[in-house]
Design a protein around this ligand. Structure first.
Ligand code: ADP
Ligand code: 5SP
Length: 507
């Protein structure tokens, strides 16, 4: 085999990123280099409008196939070259299992919006206790509303449930036979007492949820067993391979970008867009204006704002109005247009919004269309609208007293230089692009590396693994121009909120 690895010298860890469209696995060496990567996709089911489900068995099958291919590609089958495996996972999805660990129904995912009624019930019943304990607002995507939906609509399923799990925890359970949930993902359930790092008996009791449903809580870098013999046999990994708990995809994305100390901020433009900043103050009260979650680093937190359709807005725009173009071709001309797209604004609310407007009914708009506008103006307006929306999350971070003068940019949005410079000019901060583009999968591998004792801290691991590739600094003239446009952008939500509500009847 041409690239067979020298098993005497090379040691590896594996990061598994269980995403919404696919699972990705990476094999990482001690220098932080991704030696091999594989991926397996699985279907997303939308049985009704607003429903979004996946079969947990598809995740397990996909993960095993991906691991098997990774081991084969690297030529390490039957060896003990892998010191540890860990996981990053799509957050919030509800998996209910019976006593044997079998999933009782399809998983209800983070982007399923059937639970508006349950969210209102949570707010009414818990009042201020919700923000005091769970530190986040009741949003359709979170897990507790999904549990309450099952309680109301499928009571027999809940009655048969022995446990609830989150997506990556279910996969890890199937690989190891050990039940556990770690804090960074548990934080997205609305059932965790975030500051005290324990299940909230108060919230569970308010909704008659037995505590027996809740898995034991562990740290992201804790070992949660080894591979079951049959899994080891199928993947050709050693049954001694240690498995570490892992983290929520955003926590792992943050680790993979080195967001491990106060003042470090990440902007990730993938399908959705995330702005996230490290936070040490566990008692910081942001009044639910953004998400406040436990980090995968011990006793650390992060504040996160989410633009639901970030890259998705650009993809929608391309597929609808310029399907013959590649992303690169579409974005080629954006720099021929001045900042402000000659008076054209776009708001990216095409599937509703989360931060700063938790509003499932709002929809997007182009404001200021002029007969002189061409495709390049619309394209630039889409990029600017997505970036303005992410700046609203940056403003929330700055409002907590944080200094945001450097932002690590990852995801699809970091593939285009014009967009990276635009982020610098709109955020008024240096934008840093990293050498590695692996994001959450690398973060998961780093948890395994730290768990396995390769480094004495996650921070030391980040210093060894991550390298800056490029830096984009804000241009003062463009910063000033964008400040004015940003104020106009913020007005658009206020003026289209009611219109969107009325238009909902026609959708
Ligand atoms: N060459 C490119 N330049 C700018 N944006 C891109 C490019 N390619 C993809 N994108 C954007 O990035 C998004 C995908 O980013 P990615 O990080 O791969 O997302 P995810 O992991 O959520 O699928 C797409 O929705 C698209 O809008
Ligand atoms: O809901 C959230 C975070 O609150 C999402 O970030 C999901 O966790 C996204 O999963 P992928 O799009 O990465 O699969």
């Amino acid at each position: 085999m041409q690239e067979t690895i020298n098993q005497e010298q090379e040691r590896y860890v594996i990061g598994v990123d269980l995403g919404t469209s696919a699972v990705k696995t990476v094999l990482v060496n001690r220098k932080g280099q991704v030696a091999y990567e594989t991926s397996q996709s699985y279907p997303l089911h939308q049985p009704k409008a607003g429903y979004s489900e996946q079969h947990p068995e598809d995740w397990v099958r996909g993960t095993l196939a991906s691991l098997k291919e990774l081991v084969e590609k690297a030529g390490i089958g039957g060896t003990d070259a892998v010191d540890g495996i860990s996981f990053s996972g799509q957050m919030h999805g509800l998996v209910l299992t019976d006593k044997e660990g079998k999933a009782l129904r399809p998983a209800i995912l983070w982007n399923d919006t059937r639970t508006t009624t349950q969210c209102r019930r949570i707010e009414e019943q818990l009042g201020p206790a919700l923000l005091r304990i769970a530190r986040n607002r009741a949003l359709e995507g979170f897990t507790l509303p999904k549990l309450l939906w099952v309680q109301e609509h499928e009571p027999d399923v809940l009655a048969r449930a022995a446990h609830f799990m989150l997506p990556k925890d279910y996969v890890r359970y199937c690989l190891t036979g050990e039940l556990a949930m770690e804090y960074s993902d548990a934080a997205g359930t609305l059932l965790l007492d975030i500051a005290n790092k324990q299940w909230s008996e108060e919230i569970a009791a308010a909704f008659d949820l037995p505590l027996s449903l809740f898995p034991p809580l562990v740290e992201s870098f804790d070992q949660t067993g080894t591979l079951l013999p049959e899994i080891a046999e199928q993947s050709r990994l050693s049954p001694e391979t240690k498995v570490y708990a892992g983290g929520a995809d955003n926590a792992c994305g943050a680790i993979g970008a080195g967001i491990l100390s106060e003042g470090r901020t990440l902007c990730s433009i993938g399908t959705s867009g995330v702005v996230l900043s490290y936070e040490e103050r566990k008692d910081l009260d942001i009044q639910g204006r953004a998400h406040f979650f436990n980090h995968s680093e011990q006793d650390a937190y992060y504040i996160m704002g989410v633009t639901l359709a970030a890259g998705y807005s650009l993809t929608w725009f391309k597929d609808t109005f310029a399907p013959e173009h590649s992303f690169d071709a579409l974005l080629e001309d954006v720099n021929s247009v001045e900042p402000g797209s000659r008076g054209l604004l776009f708001t990216p609310y095409i599937v509703g919004e989360r931060t700063p407007h938790p509003d499932a009914t709002i929809r997007g708009s182009f404001i200021g269309m002029d007969a002189g506008h061409k495709l390049a103006h619309f394209t630039r307006a889409v990029l600017e609208g997505i970036t303005f929306s992410l700046k609203e999350s940056i403003d929330i971070l700055r409002g907590t007293g944080k200094t945001v003068n450097e932002v690590i940019s990852i995801g699809g949005g970091a593939r285009n230089e014009a967009w990276l410079q635009m982020q610098a000019d709109i955020f008024n901060a240096d934008i840093v692009k990293l050498e590695s583009e692996q994001g959450p999968a690398l973060g998961a591998a780093m948890l395994a590396a730290y768990g396995s004792g390769w480094f004495e801290s996650l921070q030391a691991c980040a210093e060894a693994f991550l390298r800056e590739a490029a830096r984009y600094s804000p241009n003062p003239e463009r910063v000033a121009r964008y400040e004015g446009l940003y104020e106009l952008h913020r007005e658009v939500y206020l003026h289209t909120r009611e219109l969107s509500k009325h238009l909902a009847a026609y959708r």
